[in-house]
Design a protein around this ligand. Structure first.
Ligand SMILES: [Zn+2]
Length: 160
């Protein structure tokens, strides 16, 4: 995975830098982007027409892909990010370093609040979330940046 000298680590340390145009994107992330773009093609999105692909990277290089799977009873819809996380967890993988999310929104979309809450269960504050179109990664964010105050086991433990 990423060494301290490559682009991903540099982005992590300078997370306020949003434009990654000039930054070197590690080969592992470029491949993850291709995986997420491919996964997007499997999206079942007949209602919103908003197809999303994701690819989740675990330590030691394991990749779990996801796409959004909509349902006629809209509440049954599952986002691409959660599909990837649930696939990984169901196979015993619960630690992650990176996720790429691919949409065709003019500004590539960030994960919804429900996905962020699911991420809070498994992601480290430093887990990187790369937002992309099918052709280009446009930004990278630390998880803690997108959800700075997650609800978690700490709150449950503090209940009086
Ligand atoms: Zn979502």
């Amino acid at each position: 995975m990423a060494s301290a000298k490559d682009g991903a680590a540099r982005v992590t340390n300078e997370w306020k830098v949003r434009n990654i145009e000039d930054m070197k994107i590690p080969a592992t992330i470029r491949q993850l982007h291709r995986d997420a773009t491919r996964m997007r093609k499997a999206a079942h999105a007949p209602y919103s027409k908003f197809k999303v692909g994701s690819a989740l990277l675990a330590p030691r290089g394991r990749v779990f892909g996801g796409c959004n799977v909509e349902n006629a009873s809209y509440g049954g819809t599952v986002c691409a990010e959660r599909v990837a996380i649930l696939k990984a967890v169901s196979e015993g993988v619960t630690r992650f370093t990176d996720i790429v999310v691919v949409t065709v929104a003019k500004t590539p979309a960030a994960p919804c609040a429900l996905c962020l809450q699911t991420m809070a269960e498994f992601f480290d504050p430093e887990t990187r979330i790369w937002l992309a179109s099918p052709t280009k990664i446009v930004s990278v964010h630390r998880f803690v940046e997108l959800l700075p105050k997650p609800f978690g086991p700490k709150q449950l433990a503090e209940a009086e």
